[in-house]
Design a protein around this ligand. Sequence first.
Ligand code: ATP
Ligand code: MG
Length: 264
Amino acid sequence: MRIKIPEDHPRAESLHIREKLIKGFETGVVACAGLIAHGRGEAFDYLLGEKTTPSAMEAIKAAVATLLTAKNPVISVNGNTATLTPKEIIALAEVTRAKIEVNLFYRTAEREETIRKLLEEAGARQVLGVGEDASACIPELGSERRRVDPRGILIADVVLVPLEDGDRTEALVKMGKKVIAVDLNPLSRTAQKATITIVDNVTRAMPLLVQTAGKLQNEPREKLQQIIQRFNNSENLSKCISLITERLSELAAKGSFLDLPKEE
Ligand code: ATP
Ligand code: MG
């Protein structure tokens, strides 16, 4: 850590996350634009009250049920996710039998290798999508994220894409895949186009996905399918947007928000 963050600082947690990302940037894992993307996420986290909402928890359960019933689940990893939750990526892959694939918007051979190393050091047995391994292409996609591994995302039926780009979410859905996104912005194209959108910070959502997968892994298939059927993504997104609206109205009525306690 480059600076000492006082533990009683009101924004200590958020500052710790920033420090992790800055370190990730300095070690070549996080792209410069990844820092900006995180800022956009933080703004929405502020509006949501910086906690996992009941709607996000519903989406997490549906996501886990979808991963557990998938034939070929894949977790797509970018620089920010690799930096923030490496252990959780691996734990979730283990319990859901998912493959792990590196997929970067700002793709360089060096960054891919650095991320592969980071994941392997955290315990990953196999990391797909690095270098020549990403020899297949997602149709209709211009960015470097179109390159995918023929053993991974190309043949996946379910792809978990924490921190996704809208274009790629749409392209993956068009290929017939179920896309699970984690995005704090319920208005983004990613959030709107994904099959299941978890509107939560990836730092809170990933541990909860692991925990929920542990709880649901031995449930009968019918029960998991019921969870999936009961979930409606556009309704869930509406609830997230309503929550922000209600929270803001409440704060506006109060006139001051600095002393407003976080609701439990
Ligand atoms: P889209 O491409 O989906 O239309 P965008 O272009 O606005 O969205 P990007 O820059 O592609 O956004 O990706 C950043 C997205 O990731 C933002 O929507 C932001 O809310 C989200 N994000 C950033 N950091 C986090 C985080 N830690 N947890 C959850 N979401 C995050
Ligand atoms: Mg985008």
